[in-house]
Write a protein that binds this ligand. Structure first.
Ligand code: F6P
Length: 364
């Protein structure tokens, strides 16, 4: 019997369970393969006692419609930077990768499929260099990896954000308010751009197009002057003014450095007041609502394709690769090609131009 271990790392993302299910169902078609899941990213394998569980067709039945991940996840580092709490409450980080690889071998695991974002893919490359048989599956709602046309989870986040705008429009119109909605995306504006177009926002602010607050204020005031007494502003969490800088904060108790830009909407509201917007304004931060719940059909399908392909790469012994969608194919690309190549919105792209074509202001 051969064993493949599935790991989900980093933030959760709608479609993770569909990938797991696809791996298990594809593996079940081979007589001699067993799939195990490592609990909470690589933590399960490093814990004493080890926490891994066998995943069979029964245990994954119907999970493709569920959000989250049935094997859990964490974004607190990984085997190369394992946190150890010091007596003074601070943390030190130790490299436990060799110990982890030994444990994986001891457990008779022949290959690992690691489903995660760019951080997980970097860890996979380092583990691959140390001799581990590992295949990657890209995961992020932010859609900011250029090795693949799309990542699963993105369409679900866009759907949720668009529905958010639909709801904000009716309350904004009733109260003649400016409603500012902050969406996720780290330092990419994909979710904001798609949602703004789908939802019919008036202003869309994304990191790739630094905004001039006076232009945003002009757009809003012009709408009010024309008698359209409300406005919807979508702002990506990474958006910044022309002279702005990204803010990095130590955001959790372990002290991992996360990009944390929460509060962008309220900052924008203050900037708009200072720039002469007199209308009543309110902010909404969608936050983790964008990552929770059932994936839309598109994400279930893409995630399923990724899961099947990942297992097939394992069967073919093509390690050191990440699955990717390059229309119309699902292919394997070397980790080295997949990492460190972020995918940002191009300010001169067709989608931005369509947005401008329907009158959306990008604050330029
Ligand atoms: O990368 C996915 C993402 O949801 C980003 O859009 C967001 O900035 C970040 O993760 C939030 O991370 P956390 O769940 O750790 O707060």
């Amino acid at each position: 019997m051969k064993r493949v271990m599935v790991v989900t790392g980093g933030g959760d993302c709608p479609g993770l369970n569909a990938v797991i299910r696809a791996i298990v169902k594809r593996a079940a078609q081979e007589k001699d393969w067993e799939v195990v899941g490592c609990i909470q990213a690589y933590d399960g394998i490093l814990r004493e006692p080890t926490e891994i569980k066998v995943l069979d067709e029964k245990s994954v039945a119907g999970i493709h419609v569920q959000g989250g991940t049935i094997i859990g996840t964490t974004n607190k580092g990984g085997p190369f930077a394992w946190p150890v709490k010091n007596s003074d409450g601070t943390y030190s980080f130790v490299d436990r990768s060799d110990e982890m690889i030994r444990k994986i071998q001891y457990l008779g695991i022949d290959a690992v499929i690691s489903i995660g974002g760019d951080g997980s893919q970097k860890i996979s490359q380092l583990l691959f260099e140390k001799g581990l048989n590992v295949v990657g599956v890209p995961k992020t709602i932010d859609n900011d990896l250029s090795a693949t046309d799309y990542t699963f989870g993105f369409q679900t986040a866009v759907q949720i954000a668009s529905e958010g705008i639909d709801r904000l429009v009716t309350t904004a119109a009733s109260h003649n308010r400016v409603l500012i909605m902050e969406v996720m995306g780290r330092n990419a504006g994909w979710i904001a751009l798609h949602a703004a177009i789908a939802g019919g926002a008036d202003v869309c602010l994304i990191p790739e197009i630094p905004y001039d607050i006076n232009k945003v204020a002009e757009k809003i005031n012009a709408r009010y002057n024309r008698g359209r007494g409300f406005a919807i502003v979508v702002v990506a969490e990474g958006a910044m003014p022309k002279d702005g800088t990204l803010v990095f904060e130590k955001s959790d108790e372990i002290g991992y450095e996360n990009l944390r830009l929460g509060g962008v909407a309220s900052k924008l509201m203050k900037e708009l007041k200072a720039a002469g917007v007199e209308a009543d304004m309110r902010e909404t931060v969608l936050g983790h609502l964008q990552r929770g719940g059932s994936p839309v059909a598109y994400d279930r399908i893409l995630a399923t394709q990724f899961g099947v392909k990942a297992f097939e790469l394992v069967l073919e012994g093509k390690f050191g690769q990440m699955v990717a969608y390059r229309h119309p194919d699902i292919i394997g690309v070397p980790f080295l090609e997949a990492i460190d190549r972020p995918n940002f919105v191009q300010p001169d792209s067709a989608l931005v131009s369509a947005g401008k074509g329907i009158g959306i202001s990008f604050g330029e």
